[in-house]
Design a protein around this ligand. Structure first.
Ligand code: 5AD
Ligand code: SF4
Length: 441
């Protein structure tokens, strides 16, 4: 069936920050083709940039498609063109249009530079599916970066070779690939020219990034950070997400002496039980993780530690779970994400014995989250009295108010006329569970 060529589009991203980045690049690509951005119910083309990491995220795609089509038909009497992008597209491929007839295009995370061609195919009624993982990178085929907000994402590394036994990422995003030095530096310059004061370097294992600098020397993420530190106009550098085994001494050292590198480290540990970590194929144990945190804190004593946790991995006993709580108590996390284990098709853990009942997982998640929340509050309280700076990122909830972030990634509202992108000297006056109150110095 032929379809009208879309004139407007809407991109909706789910899941991780790398998907947010890809969603931005798709937006830039479609805008460069002359399509205009529109609301979800008004757009001729809706791109769902999907997440496959847990079952719930995957199922959401299908319920969303039904709702989007229904709303569009009710609002305008037309069915939009639907593209499924991201990790569900990669994992489920040609099964998607079979499961949902409303889907016109399926495009994987390494192929979205071909979106305009796929839209043209779909308009002429040709099956539009591309889940290739080409060796030539998509990045060369994407338009230059546009104006950004105060804080921008920059993907520097994709894919994962770690094969944790619960995780689909090595299958959906492929092997670890680092973007070349010059490409990253060029994009960073474009982002700063477009208004970014902060750049967060992204990768599934961003601390495994490696490349050759202008002089042909092999550099790690620390080298890239040191080069970005010299970029005029760039005030803050962050990176996420990291694997404990790729945390080099040089990167730890950079936390000690690179002023623009923010004192925040997202370092997932997943569990505090060595038995479970082994079954997860994490290649580290709880003691090596704690030693690593000590070394990072020696380099940067005020650093905020963040992490990811999974409860209810197959075979997890009450004492394994107690080991996770004990590890959290020891570290004192400033922030964390915690999830119930979700068996994913094709991963080794999905076939393991002793899957944990849903009610046990739920109870453990509640206990872990209560502890993590209290630690986050304690971390925020410990920062009260500090003189620091916030980066104004967007308008606040109330008129005249703006939302800023401290170096430790705490949210802070401030009544100010200062434009987005300003850095303002403040004192942290008081702490809540999820944010801090600040006063202008
Ligand atoms: N079930 C639950 N959580 C998972 N994660 C990855 N795979 C799964 C899964 N199958 C979590 C990990 C990872 C984060 C991005 O998602 O904690 O660090
Ligand atoms: Fe998944 Fe493990 Fe790779 Fe992280 S390190 S993306 S959890 S396989």
């Amino acid at each position: 069936m032929t379809r009208a060529t879309p004139k407007s589009f809407h991109v909706k991203s789910f899941g991780c920050q790398m998907n947010v980045y890809d969603g931005t690049r798709m937006t830039e690509l479609l805008a460069a083709q002359g399509l205009t951005e529109a609301g979800q119910d008004e757009a001729d083309l809706v791109v769902l940039n999907t997440c496959h990491i847990r079952e719930k995220a995957t199922e959401k795609v299908y319920s969303d498609i039904g709702r989007i089509v229904k709303h569009s038909v009710e609002a305008r009497g037309v069915r939009p063109m639907i593209a499924v992008a991201g990790c569900v597209a990669q994992a489920e491929g040609s099964e998607i249009p079979l499961r949902s007839k409303a889907v016109d295009i399926v495009v994987g995370p390494q192929a979205y530079h071909r979106l305009p061609a796929l839209v043209a195919d779909a308009a002429t009624g040709v099956a539009a599916l591309d889940t290739d993982m080409p060796t030539a990178s998509k990045f060369g085929a994407l338009p230059a970066r546009r104006v950004t907000g105060a804080s921008a994402f920059l993907t520097v590394q994709e894919g994962c070779d770690k094969f944790c036994t619960y995780c689909v990422v090595p299958y959906t995003r492929g092997a670890e690939v680092s973007r070349p030095w010059a490409q990253v530096m060029d994009e960073a310059r474009a982002l700063v020219e477009g208004g970014a004061r902060e750049i967060t370097l992204l990768g599934q294992n961003v601390n495994a990034w490696e490349g050759e600098d202008e002089a042909g020397r092999t550099r790690g993420l620390d080298g890239l950070i040191r080069a970005l530190d010299r970029l005029p106009g760039l005030a803050r550098i962050r990176y996420t997400t990291s694997h404990p085994c790729d945390m080099s001494e040089a990167l730890i050292g950079a936390h000690g002496d690179v002023e623009t590198l923010m004192p925040f480290l997202h370092l997932p540990v997943q569990s505090g039980s060595d038995r479970i970590l082994k079954m997860m194929n994490r290649s580290h144990d709880s003691a090596s993780y704690l030693r690593l945190i000590d070394r990072v804190r020696q380099a940067r004593p005020d650093i905020a530690i963040s992490g990811d946790f999974i409860v209810g991995f197959p075979g997890e006993t009450e004492s394994d779970f107690a080991a996770t709580l004990a590890l959290v108590e020891t570290v004192g996390h400033a922030q964390a994400f915690s999830f119930k284990y979700s068996p994913r098709p094709g991963t080794p853990a999905a076939d393991m014995d002793e899957q944990i009942p849903a009610d046990v997982m739920e109870a453990r998640l509640q206990r872990l989250q209560a502890l993590l929340n209290s630690q986050q509050h304690a971390f925020n309280r410990a920062t009260v009295g500090r003189h620091t700076r916030i980066l104004i990122e967007r308008e606040g909830r109330r008129p005249g108010q703006k939302l800023g972030k401290t170096p430790w990634l705490q949210s802070a509202h401030l009544a100010t006329e200062a434009p987005i992108g300003s850095l303002i000297d403040v004192t942290i006056a008081s702490a809540g569970p999820n944010s801090v109150a600040v006063e202008k110095i």
